[in-house]
Design a protein around this ligand. Structure first.
Ligand code: 2HA
Ligand code: ZN
Length: 263
């Protein structure tokens, strides 16, 4: 299955960048109707996974989801063990149609992922992907910066010219919260009403979008901006990108950006 190969390639790249150590990170990807048709046993449910929240809005959709406890480092060696394809069969149940060969189950962050999919699909019918990873420099910033979405957005925009082009809506920021639970999922999904990217303080990043390349590119760009920030934050700054420079970029590329930060 070509889409499985493409997912595995991205997971491997995330590992190689150092953003998904050990069992860190997770991914969920909505199959296109062509990809669903290509499944051999799309209606044969091998096992079911029950959740205590309402996923009615996703009924009938198929997802590739990384397995709980799996290592991105090992994805290439055994995709059928480390990944699963599940169908949302009713409002509380996912049905396994492929994968998790060693008895595994979807990532502990599945409720958060599904909540994010529900919100992003309301904004963009072409939305398909959620990736969570442990980007080093973004985590660093959450130790030394105020945990405010506008503050992070302004800093990241001003680190490099590309930032405002790639994430003109900015980034959402959550304070430290317990991962794997309902509360962090609800708060992340709330921010996803406005942002494609949400930072979890002292933990990492959630990014969403329409394709693997687009979401990987979003992660790379945000983390690159954070890397620049961490390299210069304690240096004497002689010049930087101004509010007027940012407005000039958005005008030249006809970009609608989040208001109220540089205006
Ligand atoms: O899957 O990254 O947030 C492991 C994690 C949990
Ligand atoms: Zn994590």
């Amino acid at each position: 299955m070509q889409f499985i190969n493409e997912v595995v390639d991205i997971l491997d790249l995330l590992y190689q960048h150092g953003w998904d150590e050990r069992n860190g990170g997770n991914l969920s990807y909505i199959l296109t109707s062509e990809e669903v048709k290509s499944l051999e046993n799309q209606n044969q449910i091998i096992r079911t996974f029950t959740y205590d929240f309402d996923m009615s809005e996703l009924i009938g959709k198929y997802f590739v989801i990384t397995g709980t406890g799996t290592y991105f480092k090992n994805m290439k060696k055994a995709p059928e063990v480390n990944l699963g394809i599940v169908k949302v069969v009713d409002k509380n149940n996912l049905g396994l149609v492929w994968g998790y060969k060693d008895g595994g189950r979807p990532t502990s962050e599945t409720p958060t992922h599904l909540r994010c999919h529900i919100e992003r699909l309301k904004k963009d019918q072409k939305h398909r992907l959620v990736i969570h990873c442990h980007t080093t420099n973004i985590i660093c910033m959450t130790h030394i910066c105020p945990l405010e979405s506008d503050y992070f957005t302004e800093k990241l925009w001003k680190m490099q010219t590309e930032s405002i082009v790639v994430f003109p809506e900015g980034v959402g920021v959550l304070p430290w919260m317990l991962c794997g639970g309902n509360e962090i999922g609800i708060e992340t999904a709330k921010l996803m009403k406005e942002y494609r990217s949400v930072i979890w303080a002292q933990h990492g990043l959630f990014c969403t979008g329409t394709s693997l390349d687009e979401v990987f590119g979003l992660i790379e760009t945000i983390e690159k901006a954070a890397e620049i920030y961490m390299k210069i934050c304690d240096k004497k700054i002689l010049q930087s990108i101004s509010n007027d420079n940012l407005k000039e970029i958005t005008k030249a590329f006809n970009i609608k950006y989040r208001n109220g930060i540089i205006d």
